[in-house]
Design a protein. Structure first.
Length: 351
């Protein structure tokens, strides 16, 4: 990546080492949905009405589901999930996220991480107040839902040239980036403290196969973030990179858990997630299994990542994917002789 003199890039500053960004630990919050069903539900299920096609006719049904917000450390090789908060019936993801963030200081201490990366959904005054009280800096996606701040920033940036530009090539993708950066915009009427807004305009070029031919394709993207990070230590390009790290997390976190760990498998539907009827009234079963199973999955996910990145010689000698290491482990376990003694047979002298 090369950058102009006014706006050196993240690589030039060497701010992204393995464990920290400018000596700060970064975490990200993101939501995930599990166990959607039209028939089974428990006392903690969320509900929504959806239209589905049944026998060629569109009908409206009540769908039951669960949704949670997870907090995962982004910096470091082992992307540990440190907290998970389930949405309660009738509440929004922003409420659960605020509850999760409020619990962190008691569980880990407020300096367990320094910078939460948040979705636009969480760009709300209570989140900024909590972060200010705990000494966290925030990087939050800025979209139209924070209308006044969004429009003030867009109007301001439209009147002036970019504050910096850079190019970046990563994983077969070539980016041309222009960034705008301003401080001192009031966040909202109920939290008028000044915040900083960074805008990134990106032209992405990547090759795609079209009719058997590899052809370059170009697309335009715009991103905005509101942040409390200071400009000297965290230039606009570093804020941009942090903002994009939240998306990378989705692949390393919930997406990986969904694709490779059976996070959304309906195993709980097969047991005690079906409501029963008493005197004609539907009585939902208590929700006991789901939080426990997901917690065990998150622990296994973190321990496996720790084993692979910190212990596995195979991974160190020949970097491969975590899945490859898991397959090797499975193969080696399946070759082990069975030393399980039949309880009715006499004990073996040596095992
Ligand atoms: Zn349920």
């Amino acid at each position: 990546m090369d950058a102009d003199r006014n706006q050196p890039d993240a690589e030039a500053y060497k701010v992204f080492d393995e464990d920290r960004v400018q000596a700060r630990i970064v975490a990200a919050l993101d939501g995930v949905e599990t166990l959607a069903s039209y028939s089974r539900c428990c006392d903690a299920c969320l509900e929504r009405r959806v239209w589905v096609r049944k026998g060629g006719v569109k009908v409206e049904l009540v769908q039951y589901y669960h949704r949670a917000v997870g907090c995962q450390i982004v910096t470091g090789l082992v992307k540990t999930f440190v907290a998970l908060e389930w949405l309660k019936p009738g509440e929004g993801e922003d409420t659960a996220a605020l509850r999760l963030l409020s619990k962190i200081p008691a569980q880990y201490g407020s300096r367990f991480f320094d910078i939460p990366l948040l979705d636009a959904l969480y760009a709300q005054a209570p989140v900024f107040r909590l972060a200010a009280a705990l000494g966290w800096d925030l990087v939050v996606s800025l979209k139209q839902n924070q209308r006044e701040l969004y429009q003030s920033a867009i109007r301001l940036f439209a009147r002036r040239a970019a504050d910096g530009s850079a190019t970046e090539t990563r994983a077969g993708k070539h980016y041309q980036i222009q960034v705008w950066d301003t401080e001192g915009l009031p966040f909202s009427a109920d939290y008028p403290q000044p915040v900083r807004v960074v805008r990134s305009e990106e032209t992405l070029t990547q090759n795609h196969y079209r009719r058997g031919q590899l052809e370059p394709e170009t697309s335009e993207h715009e991103w905005l973030w509101v942040t409390t990070l200071d400009r000297q230590t965290f230039p606009a390009m570093v804020v941009r990179r942090l903002g994009h790290d939240r998306w990378k997390l989705e692949n390393n976190g919930w997406n990986g858990l969904t694709q490779n760990w059976g996070l959304k498998h309906g195993f709980l539907h097969a047991c005690r997630h079906r409501p029963y009827h008493r005197d004609g009234v539907r009585v939902p079963v208590p929700n006991r299994g789901l939080p426990a199973v997901v917690l065990i999955l998150l622990l296994a996910f973190t321990l496996t990542a720790a084993f692979v990145h910190c212990h596995s010689k195979l991974f160190r000698l020949r970097p491969s994917s975590v899945i490859e290491v898991a397959q090797q482990l499975r193969r080696s376990v399946s070759k082990l002789p069975l030393h399980i003694r039949d309880p009715d047979s006499p004990a073996e002298s040596s095992i």
